[in-house]
Design a protein around this ligand. Structure first.
Ligand code: KIV
Length: 266
């Protein structure tokens, strides 16, 4: 077991201490993130974009996710490892169970699935079988072709009401964590208050229970040069990657990141 468990994250939420998460895809960065005190390492399918150079996360396979999860596990001692089920790896219940087992056996402590209320049944089945699940809501990049681009979600009252209701239903189904991406800050704050499980935000304001960023983004590395509004380059003012990681942890814990300028309004 790592030093950080779900119980740790739950008690951080109860104490009002912010949870720190970063994406991580290899052993060296897992070690560096441990040294900086990052509590959750997300082996995100964003690796399809930042490592493999694709223009979306859709080409990523479960085998690739398992490979990078195993790399992260070898460099990790302290953090909880969360691994993404990639595009269509949870298309059926059978695939959800089999592919989650592959990621857990590679070293994940929890899996992340993108979607809304339709996830409830698979979350319940996974939780019953010992697999903690994080439900990724709001902007779900695997659905970029349905959403018509990488757009803020939950901006109108109907969408916001639906997202609040779905968050509560997924908690009731057994989700251990929620991740809200590109959601108006006020809505993310309401959802974080409405559920007992930790809520991690990215482009969701400072009132969620924790924050996540893509590692390459927060180190100022980009292939396209397009930097989302919610990203801060933590290399600025730092002389090493290690101090940039530490600055991220300090700013999330001290609630100085994200600032108002990194969030979205309704
Ligand atoms: O894959 C990923 O890196 C993610 C983050 C954007 C939260 O899901």
């Amino acid at each position: 077991m790592p030093a950080i468990t779900l119980t740790t994250l739950q008690s951080l939420k109860q104490k009002g201490e912010k949870i720190t998460m970063l994406t991580c895809y290899d052993a060296t960065f897992a070690h560096a993130c441990n040294e900086a005190g990052v509590e959750v390492l997300l082996v995100g399918d964003s690796l399809g974009m930042v490592l493999q150079g694709h223009d979306s996360t859709l080409p990523v396979t479960t085998a690739e996710m398992a490979y990078h999860t195993a790399c992260v596990k070898r460099g990790n001692t302290d953090a909880l490892i969360l691994a993404d089920l990639p595009f269509m790896a949870n298309a059926t219940i059978e695939q959800t169970l089999t592919n989650s087992a592959t990621l857990m056996q590679a070293g994940a402590h929890m899996v992340k699935v993108e979607g809304q209320l339709w996830l409830a049944e698979s979350i319940r089945l996974l939780a019953e079988r010992g697999v903690p699940v994080c439900a990724h809501m709001g902007l779900t990049p695997q659905a970029v072709n349905i959403l018509g681009g990488y757009k803020v979600q939950g901006r109108n009252e109907n969408q916001a009401r639906q997202m609040r209701a779905d968050a509560i239903s997924l908690e009731q189904a057994g989700a251990a964590m929620l991740l809200l991406e590109c959601v108006p800050s006020e809505l993310a704050a309401e959802i974080s208050q409405a559920v007992k499980i930790p809520v991690i935000g990215i482009g969701a304001g400072s009132d969620t229970d924790g924050q996540v960023l893509v590692l390459h983004d927060m180190l100022g590395l980009s292939i396209t040069g397009r930097v989302p509004k919610f990203v801060k380059n933590f290399m600025q003012g730092q002389d090493s990657i290690q101090s940039a990681l530490k600055a991220y942890v300090n700013e999330v814990k001290g609630v100085t990141f994200p600032g108002i300028e990194h969030g979205f309004s309704a």
